[in-house]
Design a protein around this ligand. Sequence first.
Ligand SMILES: Cc1ncc(C[n+]2csc(CCOP(=O)(O)OP(=O)(O)O)c2C)c(N)n1
Ligand SMILES: [Mg+2]
Length: 786
Amino acid sequence: MTNEAIKKFIRAADYISAIQIYLQDNFLLTKALAPEHIKPRLLGHWGTCPGINFTYAHLNRAIIEHDLNMMFVLGPGHGFPAIQANLFIEGTLSKYYPNFPRTEIGIADMAKHFSWPYGFPSHSNPEAPGVILEGGELGYALATAYGAVLDNPNLIAACLIGDGEAETAATATAWHLSKLIDPATNGAVLPILHLNGYKISGPTMMGRMNNEELNDLFRGYGYEPYFVDAYSDDDVHATMRRTLDEAIKNIYFTQHCAREKTLTKNPRWPMIILRTPKGWNSIKYIGDKRIEDNHYSHQVIAENARKNDGERAQVEEWLHSYHFEELFDGERFNADIESLIPRPDRRMGDNPHTMGGERAFKPLVLPEVDSLAYTATCQIDDPLCGEVSSMELVGQYLRDVIRANEGARNFRLFSPDETYSNKLQAIFEATARCFVWPHKEWDKDLAWDGRVLEMLSEHSLQGMMQGYVLTGRNGVFASYEAFVQIIGSMVDQYAKFLHVAREVKWRGDIASLNYILTSTGWRQEHNGFSHQNPGFIDDILQRQGCFSNVYFPADANTALVVMRRMLASKKEINVLVGGKRPLPCWRTVKQAEEDVRSGISIWDFASDENPHIVFGAAGDSMTKETLAAINIIHDVVPKLCVRFVNISSLSAMGMGANGCSVLPHDLDYYFTPDKPVVINFHGYPQTVKQILFDYDVSGDRFTVHGYEESGSTTTVFDMMVRNRVDRYHLVMDALKAAALQGVITEADGQAKTALFEEKIATHQAFIIEHGDDPEEITNWSWQSRL
Ligand SMILES: Cc1ncc(C[n+]2csc(CCOP(=O)(O)OP(=O)(O)O)c2C)c(N)n1
Ligand SMILES: [Mg+2]
C-alpha cells in the first residue's frame, strides 16, 4: 500500500465528509453547482474531519500490514461526517444499513440524510457501527478507550483526542490511566492527540505549546510521544506511516516482555501528537477571513453558499479539488482505495468488541446469595437479631462474583479510592487494586493485575466503566453518594447512548451500568454538610424510559438480592443506595426477593388490618426510623391501626423497577384509597412528590419527608430530626391522623404532640451536653405489638 493510495483514500473520505454537510443533490458534481443542490440548513462540523480521515486511512494501512485487532474511539464526535464517510468506504455502513449501498445511489442517500430530519444525527452516536461513545459532550474518549482494552489483551484502541477536548478535566485526568494497564493481561490504547490548533472560536492550549513542552508533559505522564507534523514534515504521510509502525512495534514489545515476565519497570506506552491545519485542504480564505488553519473552519464554512454566488463558487471549486470522479466511478472505488480496506472482521467500524451480543458480551456467572445472608431477622423479636452492614455483605458477594468469574476475566469494580471506606474490602480476599507504577513494600492490596480499579477521578472511572461495559464486560462503580454527582453529566450522556442503542437491532446485549451509592448522607454525621447529597438519584430518575432503576434495599439481605439482580440485568442503569454502617436486618432472602421483584410491599409484621394511616419508607435508615415510629405509636395510641409499606425501588416510570412499576390503579392496594399516607424517603422529598404526580394522588393525603438540605456535623439522630424524618416527627404525623379520624380527641392529640416536641427539644439539649445520641435512641430494637 503506497502513500499515494493513502492519499486517495483520504481524498475520497474528505469529499464524502464535505458533501454530507453541503449537498442535497448533484452529489458527484456532474453538473455545475446550483443553489438548489445545497441543503437549506447547513449543519455539521468540517474542521476536524480532514484530520480524522488522515488518521483513519493510516490506521487502515497499519491494520492490514500488521493484522491488527483495532477499534477506533473518536473524541471530537462532531466530526461524525468523517466517521460516516469511512464507514461508507469500508462497506460497514451498507452491511448494517443495506438501504445505503456502496453505490452512487448510496452516497447520495447517505449524504442527503446526514443531519437531516429523521436521518443521521450530526454527532457520532450508537446508530453508527463501531461507535461506543456518544459524541456530543467532549472529554470522555481516552478513558473509554482504556476501558475497552481492559482484559482484551489483543485489542488496540486507537483514540483520537481533540486539542480542545484535551482541555477538559475528564481528558486531563485520563492520561494517567496507562498506570492501570498491565501489558500482560490487557490490550493497549494508542492515543492520538490531534493538534489542529483550534476549538470553536479560539486557539487551544496545547496547540500553542511547542514540541519540547509537549514532549516534557507527556513523558512526565509516562508516555513516549511521537510527533507527526503536517506543517513541518517533508512528507507527513511517510512520517505517520513510520510512526505507526514504530508505535505498534513498541506496544507489541512491551506486551511481549510483560507476557514473558521480563518487563522489569513501568511500561512507557507510545502516543502520537499529530499537528494538522484545522479544515485542512479546504477553502483558504473567504474575502480576507482566514478559514483553513483557523477556527473559522470549525463548523460550516461558506455558510451562505446557497444564496451567495461567490461562496457557492468557492465551495464548488473546493469540492472539485478532490477529483472524486477519479476515485469512484459510480459503482466502485478505485483499486488503491480498495486496497486500504481491511478484511471484514478487521474493519474498525465492524470490530466485534464494539457490537455487544454474541460477538462480545460475556455475562457473569452469578453465585446465589443465600450462603452470605444474615439469618436472624429483627422482625420476629429474635433476641439474637443484630445489626449488619449492607456493604460488608455486598463486598463479600462481589468477592464471590470475582471468584466465580476468574477465568472469564469479565468483571471489575471501579471506585474513587473508597473500597475500604465503603466497607467493601472483602473483595480483597479474592483480588487486589490494580496499579502498575512502582509499589512500596508496605502497600496494601496492590497488584499489576487487580480487578479493582481505584483512582481519585470519578470521570476516569466512569469513562473506563463505559468502555468496559460497552465492549461486553461487567462492572460496578461504588462511590460515596454525595460525590458521584461529579459524573452526573457523563451518566446522562451514557443514558442517551443507551436509550438509542437499545433500539438498534444489530447492537447485541450488554451488561447494565451498575452503581453502589453508599457512605450515604444519613451517616455522614462526621463529615457533615458537604458529604450529604442524594441528588444523583434524581439524575437517574429523570431518565424517561424503562431502563434506569434506583434500588433502596431496606437491609443487608435485600442489598444482596439487589446486587445480584443488578448484575444479572442487561442494558439498564441501576443504582443501589445503601448504608455501610450496621443496621437491623428485617428480611429473609426469600422475602427480600419478593420485595425486590415487586418494588413495593406491605410488611405484615409491622402492619395492622384496616389501617388508619399508612407509613411508607424507602431506604435503610428511613425504614428503621419509620419502624421505630410505629413502635412508639403502638405505645402512645394503641388503637391507631398502622400499615407499613416498604418501597425498595423507583424508576422513571414510578414505584418499582425493571419496567414493572406499580400501575396507578394498584397504588390504592398499598396505600389504601383514602387514608393518610406518610412516606419517609432517603433522598429529596421532591423526588417522590414528582413520582406521585403521575399517580394523580391527592397532595392532602400524602406527606413526604426526606432530606431537606439540612445537614451538619452532628449526631445520627439529629440529622434525622433536622430533616423531619425522625421517629418523633413521624409520630406527630400519626397523632394528627388519629385526631382527624376520631381515634383520639383533638385535645389528646395536641397534648401528645406537645410531648414529642418537648422530646425533640430535650434531645437537642442532651446532644449539646453529651455529644452523642441517648441510649434510648441508639439501643432501639423492634418490639411487636402485644
Ligand atoms: C464538554 C463540552 N464542552 C463544550 C462543548 C462545545 N464544543 C463543541 S466542539 C468544541 C471545540 C472542540 O475542539 P477540539 O476538541 O479541538 O475539536 P476539533 O478542533 O477537532 O473540532 C466545543 C467547545 C462540548 N461539545 N462538550
Ligand atoms: Mg481542535
